[in-house]
Design a protein around this ligand. Sequence first.
Ligand SMILES: Nc1ncnc2c1ncn2[C@@H]1O[C@H](COP(=O)(O)OP(=O)(O)OP(=O)(O)O)[C@@H](O)[C@H]1O
Length: 227
Amino acid sequence: MTDPLVSEHPMTHHRARELALDSITYVAGRTLLDDVSVSFPAGKLTAVSGPSGSGKTTLLSIAGGLLQATSGTAELDGQDMWTGSGDPLPEVAFILQVYGLVPILSARENVSIALRARGVAPADADEAAEAALARFGIADLGERQVEELSGGQMQRVACARGFVVGADVLLADEPTSELDEGNRSVVLAELREEAARGAVVVVATHDPAVVEACDLHIALDEGRVVR
Ligand SMILES: Nc1ncnc2c1ncn2[C@@H]1O[C@H](COP(=O)(O)OP(=O)(O)OP(=O)(O)O)[C@@H](O)[C@H]1O
């Protein structure tokens, strides 16, 4: 499997063990997360479920360092996930609900960027990007501008960009919402593979089939953990 970061630094790369959230509260006008303590272990696929508006996206954002909690801590083996800027640690990759793709760039460029930003040489990054697109069945769309793609195709580009990094922590927000059953299975298999590789993998989802496919399950309701 393509994993440029790990293969470039085979001797120095230590796997994370656990992403721990302790007493996280987040207030924005009202309380969106209320005293949430959860632990996401490496090597496991953890589902975060809950109705729309229950706080799943907010929780993932805090877990990955995009958002600073009002109180409480989010730590990867003791390292604070909040870096002070809203830029996540390089160990973290996101697959976001809004995708965050650059519309005027090609699918391949959007994926390649994630590696180039981490110091991978452009030619190697492009090659890994092609392979990642192929994993999600969109190798033929590499040259296409993202703004010309369908919602489901964009979601698969966002998946390829999240997976290509070989991150220690992969946080996926509804990564299968636009996908048919076949493509959903592909994404689930890839998530499982990342966990098997030793990553912390968290997937926020409404989909019972996705919850079913996970090792662990945390349910939110109105900003509180209910299971
Ligand atoms: N910055 C903000 N300021 C105020 N309210 C916010 C902010 N961000 C999110 N919210 C609100 O917080 C609640 C939780 O949002 P969040 O996106 O975390 O839920 P979710 O469980 O991911 O929902 P969905 O499944 O619909 O994506 C929602 O009611 C949302 O409108």
